[in-house]
Design a binder for this molecule. Structure first.
Ligand code: 6PG
Length: 231
């Protein structure tokens, strides 16, 4: 069952919600425990939250591993790159070492980028002794068309049940994106949507009611831990 958190101060409340979870799990696992596996979403909403998270007290960033929910098919320096946004807002400020980050290589041919990323996720799963990679926290945004990550309405990636990452042709962009797929999303220990703005309210309601065929409505982690941080 999803939990809705209607925030009055989205930035502070979303940062606290995420930061406190990382601290709690790290304390629980101890210094020699499994690193916290955090998947970042792209777009504009999360940026200020990542900036605040970078200085959130108590997080040992050397024990956090970072993956990405999706990437545009551009290089890491490109203005549209989700990695570039996250690097500026979080990775550099928090001092997260390169070796802790699994970047989607959007500069490669889309199929190759997807294969490389899928393989990186599978290596992570092996290292963590998991059959399916299970993120401690997987962050997602949502578009006003009900997409999430780069799982857009009417696209092939919506039907993928084997691969954990794939190239996804998106008609409205006339190009590809690289996205994680539902098998990885729904294997996460906890999933949180970060959604702000009045315009998306009716979409959130429609998604939560399962009243349409929105890609976001198929996010249903088997752990049952799904939260909507709403601003
Ligand atoms: C991307 C994101 C995408 C995003 C939504 C919401 O690469 O753009 O992963 O899924 O989360 O489009 O974007 P905003 O937060 O900018 O509204």
């Amino acid at each position: 069952m999803a939990v809705n958190i209607h925030t009055t101060d989205f930035l502070t409340e979303a940062t606290d919600w995420i930061g406190s979870r990382i601290v709690a799990v790290q304390n629980e696992r101890g210094a020699d425990g499994l690193p916290f596996l955090l998947s970042l979403c792209g777009g504009g909403t999360p940026r200020p939250v990542y900036e605040a998270l970078a200085v959130y007290p108590g997080i040992d960033w050397s024990r956090v591993l970072i993956t990405f929910g999706d990437e545009r098919c551009v290089g890491p320096e490109h203005a549209d790159s989700n990695y570039r946004m996250a690097k500026a807002a979080l990775l550099d400020t928090a001092g997260i070492p390169e070796q802790n980050v699994r970047r989607i290589t959007g500069e490669l041919e889309p199929g190759e980028a997807a294969r490389v990323y899928d393989s990186a996720l599978r290596t992570l799963a092996q290292e963590r002794g998991e059959e399916t990679l299970s993120h401690d926290l997987l962050l997602l945004g949502m578009g006003d068309d009900g997409h999430t990550a780069s799982l857009f309405p009417g696209t092939l990636a919506l039907h993928e049940e084997q691969r954990w990452a794939m190239e996804n042709y998106v008609e409205k962009f006339g190009g590809y994106r690289i996205t994680i797929t539902y098998p990885v999303i729904n294997a996460a220990r906890e999933v949180a949507f970060l959604v702000t703005g009045e315009a998306k309210r009716p979409v959130v309601e429609r998604v939560q009611a399962g009243a349409g065929d929105d890609p976001a409505s198929r996010v249903a982690p088997s752990s049952g831990k799904l939260t909507w941080l709403l601003g």
